[in-house]
Design a protein around this ligand. Structure first.
Ligand code: SF4
Length: 395
């Protein structure tokens, strides 16, 4: 064991389903919550012998704020028994505004949570209604006040690029978001799968999303407004006051190890990646049978996949990918791995290669995915050459 890991605990229950949501969640089975939580504890218990140090715990969903403080306490108690949870571990609970009043937030604090993340999405009641959110903008503002009164550092999640949203509307949202003085802000571009109701409405022309130029303007406005307010951007969609970057999410982007427990939870641990079944009753039955959740995906990524994932995740971060870290992990020089394509992207100022790190230039972050697509082929070619060289090497 060389370093600490992150622990993700999934709570899949929501009171209603938002029409843009493609997460693993359900608005049924509430009478199974107690059984589910005991099952999650049982799934966690199988890691007891590994003795892993845990630097962050994240309650995600679904809607974890539907849990009672006592239920959160019991899960954290189990986590502390099973893992070596570090004394300064970041323990985040996702909340929907309107689900938790000041007393309940104080209960979460007493249970051991030390950070909250609110799914605000918009501060405009018309957009909140379109997004199917159950809370109002007034409840969102109230939640931020209560979080502060309860003594939590907190994140606010927002979405931009909403149907028919103007640049001025998003700028006003940013001003209001900054006015709530959160410690951390996540601003995501709305992306819609065609299988969700809002995605179908866009496909049929009933809803119209902003065009690429407008989205670029919204993203540029986000970067400049939040920088002016003293927030440091550390990832494509994430900004934080100094010292408040999410330790848990950094684990994902720095390609660290994490264990996810619960229905639909994903893990990257011990050289494997897997995803538990999202079907509640199958999850419960499988863990009850032998302590391990049924997996719907399970693989040991090959070298090429590991390299591409490492670069893909790292280039989301403003700090980029460490060349030394890459060499230590793969035994290769990243600049050589990305070859002429990487050199061209650097010469054209899409990438920056300096100070021992490779990163996407700040003004090109919105096209990070296109840059990554360009890098995949040289990485694949490098691994192919490496593989064939090892096959013809003298024994
Ligand atoms: S509350 Fe969150 S998890 Fe639940 S349906 Fe809405 S977006 Fe999805």
């Amino acid at each position: 064991m060389t370093s600490s890991i992150a622990l993700y605990i999934h709570f899949p229950f929501c009171l209603s389903i938002c029409p843009y949501c493609d997460f693993d969640r359900q608005a049924t089975g509430f009478d199974r919550i107690d059984v589910y939580l005991r099952t999650v504890e049982r799934e966690m218990a199988r890691y007891a012998e590994a003795g892993e140090q845990v630097h962050s715990i994240f309650f995600g969903g679904g809607t974890p704020s539907l849990m009672t403080p006592a239920q959160v306490y019991d899960l954290l108690d189990a986590a502390h028994t099973i893992f070596d949870v570090l004394p300064d571990a970041e323990i985040t609970l996702e909340c929907n505004p309107g689900d938790a009043d000041l007393q309940k937030l104080r209960g979460f604090k007493a249970a051991g949570a030390n950070r909250l993340s609110f799914g605000i999405q918009s501060l405009d009641d018309a957009f909140l209604k379109m997004l199917g959110r159950r809370h109002t903008s007034a409840e969102a503002r109230q939640a931020a006040t209560w979080a502060r009164q309860a003594g939590f550092p907190f994140n606010l999640d927002f979405m931009f690029g909403l149907p028919d949203q103007s640049l001025e509307h998003w700028q006003q949202t940013l001003d209001e978001a900054v006015g709530l003085d959160p410690h951390h802000l996540s601003c995501y571009l709305l992306t819609l799968d065609e299988r969700v109701p809002m995605g179908r409405d866009v496909a049929r022309g009933r809803l119209v999303l902003p065009d690429d130029d407008l989205l670029a303007g919204m993203y540029a406005a986000t970067r400049s407004r939040l920088a002016a307010a003293g927030y440091e951007q550390y990832e494509i969609s994430n900004w934080a006051r100094p010292g408040h970057a999410s330790r848990h999410n950094l684990t994902y982007w720095r390609d660290g190890a994490w264990i996810g427990v619960g229905a639909g939870a994903a893990s990257a641990y011990d050289g494997r990646r897997w995803k538990n079944t999202p079907v509640l009753e199958r999850y419960i039955a499988s863990v009850e049978a032998d302590g391990q959740a049924l997996r719907v995906e399970d693989e040991r990524p090959d070298r090429l996949t590991q390299m591409i994932d490492h670069v893909t995740l790292g280039l989301r971060l403003r700090e980029g990918v460490s060349l030394d870290g890459f060499a230590a992990r793969f035994g290769d020089n990243l600049t050589e791995v990305i070859g002429e394509t990487g050199a061209w992207l650097t010469s054209q100022a899409f990438l920056e290669n300096g100070g021992g790190r490779l990163r996407v230039a700040a003004e090109h972050q919105l096209i990070t995915n296109e840059i990554l697509v360009r890098l995949e082929e040289p990485i694949a070619a490098y691994v192919r050459r490496e593989t064939s060289a090892s096959q013809i090497a003298p024994r």
